[in-house]
Design a protein around this ligand. Sequence first.
Ligand code: CS2
Ligand code: MG
Length: 410
Amino acid sequence: MKIESAETVVTSPGRNFVTLRITTTDGVTGLGDATLNGRELAVETYLREHVVPLLIGRDAGRIEDTWQYLYRGAYWRRGPVTMAAIAAVDTALWDIKAKVAGMPLYQLLGGASRAGALAYGHASGRDVPELLDSVRAHLDAGYRAIRVQTGVPGLGSVYGVAASPAAAGGKRYDYEPAQRTALPVEETWDTRAYLRHVPGVFEAVRAEFGPELPLLHDGHHRMTPIQAGRLGRDLEPYDLFWLEDATPGEDQAALRLIRQHTTTPLAIGEVFNSAHDYTTLLQERLIDYVRSAVTHTGGITAMRKLLDMAGHYGAKSGIHGPTDISPVGMAAALHLDLAIHNFGIQEYMRHSAETLEVFHTSYTFQDGLLHPSDAPGLGVVLDDEAATRFPYEPAYLPVNRLTDGTVHDW
Ligand code: CS2
Ligand code: MG
């Protein structure tokens, strides 16, 4: 079975997505997510100009060989654009292989290791009352694990906090940080104000919801290692499931310092795109959860190898699942979540109704657990007619500045 054609589909139902569709000479199609929030057209162009011409005529079943061909053949290694492009091809080929086998992808990955994948949702509030309402709404929506993000007194909008109560109410919390503005929106940050405020927020959440509920928090790359160590220590009484991106992860050795100061579990890696980004973190057991997304890390083939490596060092999966991972990328994650042994938790921000007009999914969310479904392949269909109704608009993630104007990690 050969690859007959491959096309990129750029659509913007509520937010921008890039999808690759591969079609074989037997008429079997496969989908791959190639979305890189804020830099979508870089990946689309890389695929259309430099990858698609190399795919035509290749054996669609030779997934590993195609992966190596695109990775080593590019000469220039790694990076978010290249690895998102390779991920889209790889995921589409796995979709095809599973469809041809007449089984859901997780069956090709070794079958189910669990009934479903524990999901966590994104609760947020500009203040504690709004946050508590958002946690309650997520519990009502069926979540059994919840990420908590909060506004900081004295600061305007900050990462992860929905701008409107409706969004914070969790009814359809599609907080989309990428704004369709000519220049990135600029936000102001003050880490010391944040460090003073956050422990009290978790005190309030635990007082309201008790000690059992798994709570997560995303530091979003903003702290220095010693600040992260302090926050991890200050949050220990609230027994977090994880503290994520406590410090910029490319300085892998910095996690040694954080580890010395706190037993709060650490998660990192959503901006990584290769297993090489984790070598020190895993070998020295500096993190507990691997945050990469299938979409940004070279696809199912690479993600499976990464998670196997993580398991060797006692780390578990925490696959990235915001709404800028498309339903195709989410479905790919769920098949891995179901099959691997060292599953940890799955981020599930829930796509908007608009997005689901374009991507017809079959995965389910029930009693706090996600399941990819037993539809053949990934279980996602891209509605081309609907996709044309949502034309692409450039959108940028915010830029963060400290109160003195210095650019900071957002
Ligand atoms: C966040 C992401 O979900 C998360 O953990 O870090 O939503 C991140 O802000 C976005 O993927 C950026 O596009
Ligand atoms: Mg994050």
